[in-house]
Design a protein around this ligand. Structure first.
Ligand SMILES: Cc1cc2nc3c(=O)[nH]c(=O)nc-3n(C[C@H](O)[C@H](O)[C@H](O)COP(=O)(O)OP(=O)(O)OC[C@H]3O[C@@H](n4cnc5c(N)ncnc54)[C@H](O)[C@@H]3O)c2cc1C
Length: 436
């Protein structure tokens, strides 16, 4: 058995692993196979694309290095959030009126699309759609949120602006200066979602292989050959869906994004007096700190909080301790609960804050860089990538299919990430809010 990596150890005490139930079993690739499309990576994006390809009648093989959901797909906060990291107006400035508005319309609908896929495929993943609160950690952070809400309202999305008093009612905390509520956001148990997508794709004919890392790509007679330790797949077309866990397989792809660490802790199921006051309406939250915090309750009423601080520098125990302290600052009554789960993973961050879709080699499409928004974006991009991989036009894609854009000084920037996070944390503390 292979030695455990740091990323393996990070999920040993994951809430999602412990509450997902038995994982669907998929054999490793053994021998040769042929298919229309091979998908590298059994996360949300890879499996959603495989599902839609199989529904369209294509033969599909998914190759996952570990188990489906081992990557961010099964580790995340389960926040199904609409929109991009950039605001609608900024998207239109960058892409022009037509393509920009089409992108905004797509991004505004990704949460609804994700829940529709969950319902259509009958996936049991504790899905709930009570709305997403984005909360301002200081008065100065409020105008940007208000502008965001206005920009969405101008496009017919009912994003509400909330004064501090309303936020206190919705969140059950007085730590925030105000915020906005997007009613389309919701939550899932993310590992159950990945398992459900894998089962739905397999039921429609996709061949899924776990423990099958793609070690090499070769071009033979106009097709791509994917080589794993015990087999080979010959494919007409390939999707690379490895996001923050991208390795050296496709030259340049890893340099397209920065792998940023993020960690979470989860409490015991909250006693009724706390469950009734903390997020009483089932909303979930992300806030405006530069090193942002995000939190929710799960289906059994556990409080789950995550953050992106200077954790790699401080070590795992320091990261988890800080999250527990932050939780107690937001909700002082939570200080005495038992914390039972802790885990973490990597978020793929791009310099322009947008996902990147590229064709790095003939017949090979790659989509990475979800900037912490890949739950809804990953699932909702699936049908679009499936159409493109089946010969659909580039113009119909929500995001342009471009070239890889390797980040300058990538190695130095990756090495500097813990210190950059520490610097952002310092700026957050200087802001003087009530949370850090
Ligand atoms: C702790 C945490 C919290 C987060 N919270 C949220 C949230 O609440 N909401 C949100 O929208 N987003 C969140 N994110 C981000 C979100 O999880 C990702 O954007 C999303 O999972 C990306 O999906 P993916 O399918 O592209 O990649 P992944 O789900 O990471 O899947 C990639 C897979 O590729 C596999 N792989 C890599 N190399 C190879 C190879 N050579 N051969 C075969 N397989 C390979 C990996 O094993 C991995 O399983 C969070 C991320 C983390 C880590």
């Amino acid at each position: 058995m292979a030695e455990k990596t740091y990323q393996d150890r990070l999920i040993e005490e994951s809430l999602w692993l412990r509450t997902a139930g038995p994982a669907p079993q998929f054999a490793a690739l053994d021998g040769d196979a042929r298919c229309d499309v091979a998908v590298i990576g059994g996360g949300l994006l890879g499996l959603s694309t495989a599902l839609h390809l199989a529904e369209g009648g294509a033969s599909v093989v998914v190759l996952e290095a570990a188990e489906p959901g081992w990557g961010s797909g099964g580790r995340n906060g389960g926040q199904v959030n609409p929109g991009l990291k950039i605001d609608p107006g900024e998207a239109v400035r960058r892409f022009g009126e037509d393509r920009g508005e089409a992108l905004v319309a797509f991004a505004g609908a990704v949460a609804d699309e994700t829940f529709a896929t969950v319902r259509r495929c009958g996936i049991d993943c504790d899905a709930s759609q009570h709305g997403w609160l984005q909360l301002a950690h200081t008065d100065r952070a409020l105008p940007a949120l208000e502008r965001r809400a206005e920009e969405w309202r101008a496009r017919g999305v009912a994003v509400e602006t909330l004064a501090a008093g309303r936020v206190a009612e919705f969140a059950g905390s007085e730590a925030y200066a105000g915020g906005i509520l997007n009613p389309h956001g919701g939550t899932v148990q993310p590992l159950k979602l990945v398992h459900g997508l894998a089962q739905a794709a397999a039921a429609r004919g996709a061949a899924i292989h776990a423990r099958s890392p793609v070690e090499r790509l070769a071009r033979e007679s106009g097709r791509t050959v994917l080589v794993t330790p015990h087999g080979r797949v010959t494919a007409e077309r390939v999707l690379v869906a490895t996001n923050a866990y991208t390795g050296p397989l496709v030259p340049g792809l890893r340099r397209d994004l920065l792998p940023v660490s993020t960690f979470q802790v989860a409490s015991e199921p909250l006693p009724p007096h706390l469950a009734e006051t903390i997020l009483p309406g089932g909303h979930h939250v992300s806030d405006t700190h530069r090193s942002l915090y995000y939190f929710r309750k799960d289906a059994e009423g556990r409080f789950v909080i995550g953050g992106r601080g200077a954790y790699a520098a401080r070590g795992m125990d320091g990261a988890y301790a800080e999250l527990r302290q932050v939780a107690a600052r937001i909700f002082p009554a939570i200080a005495d609960v038992r914390w039972e789960h802790r885990w973490g993973g990597l978020v793929g961050v791009t310099e322009d804050h947008l996902p990147h879709i590229a064709e790095p080699a003939p017949g090979v499409l790659a989509a990475v860089g979800f900037n912490g928004r890949g739950v809804a974006l990953g699932v909702a991009l699936g049908p679009h990538l499936a159409r493109r991989l089946s010969g659909g036009p580039e113009q119909a894609m929500p995001l342009p299919v471009g070239r890889l854009a390797p980040i300058r000084l990538h190695g130095i920037k990756v090495a500097a990430l813990p210190w950059a996070a520490g610097f952002y944390g310092l700026l957050d503390r200087l802001d003087g809010g009530r949370v850090v």
